[in-house]
Design a protein. Structure first.
Ligand SMILES: C[S@@+](CC[C@H](N)C(=O)[O-])C[C@H]1O[C@@H](n2cnc3c(N)ncnc32)[C@H](O)[C@@H]1O
Length: 187
């Protein structure tokens, strides 16, 4: 059994650098790209597949990145497990598995409960950035976000690397659906 990695408590102390979360960080393309580009921000990847978490941790070690970490976690429970209330400035959720068959829709990540977990974890001014290639999933997400969330412009002046899945979709000439939102309770 591998030893459980813990997020350094110093990350959550007052005055610590802002924290961004990449939820469903896969093998860390976006997580590591961001950590390299923005050393003044701490980046936490949360991923359900342990082998992928290990991959991320190996890359983080090899690149000597002190501002990136990946932990194992699944769904809304992981938000509560890993993130104190009002601790995170941005949560990125990119290309969550779409589960396109209606009978599998309950397996989707973005649910009301998940959004409540995100709201709890975001600090005042915090933002959720969502991307998907699945128009139907996106429309369901937008319906959930209609209550209690305000949409912001996607472009916020920050240059971000593309995620692994985004790269694939862009190469196929497909434009992802995306939105940035802020909980009304955290303004
Ligand atoms: C389709 S991939 C997208 C990966 C990456 N975000 C990107 O844009 O390239 C979805 C990732 O989310 C992870 N994942 C799926 N459901 C999850 C859940 N409920 N909790 C945490 N991670 C999950 C998968 O294991 C996979 O690594």
């Amino acid at each position: 059994m591998p030893e459980e990695i813990l997020v350094p408590p110093a990350w959550f102390e007052p005055g610590a650098p802002p924290i961004e979360v990449d939820f469903g960080c896969h093998r860390g393309t976006f997580l590591l790209g961001m950590a390299e580009k923005y050393p003044g921000i701490n980046f936490l990847g949360i991923e359900k597949q342990s082998a992928r978490v290990e991959k991320c941790l190996g890359k983080i070690r090899r690149q000597g990145l002190g501002n990136a970490l990946a932990v194992q976690g699944e769904g809304a429970a992981a938000l509560v497990r890993w993130l104190p209330e009002r601790s995170v400035s941005i949560v990125h959720v990119s290309f969550p598995d779409p589960w396109p068959k209606r009978r599998h829709a309950s397996r989707r990540l973005v649910t009301r409960g998940f959004l409540e977990g995100i709201e709890r974890a975001l600090c005042p001014g915090g933002v959720l950035r969502l991307m998907t290639d699945d128009a139907s999933y996106f429309s369901d997400m937008k319906a959930l976000l209609r209550q209690g969330w305000a949409e912001l412009p996607w472009e916020d002046g920050v240059e971000r690397p593309v995620t692994a899945f985004e790269k694939t979709f862009l190469e196929r000439g497909r434009r992802p659906c995306r939105c940035a939102v802020r909980p009304l309770s955290r303004r």
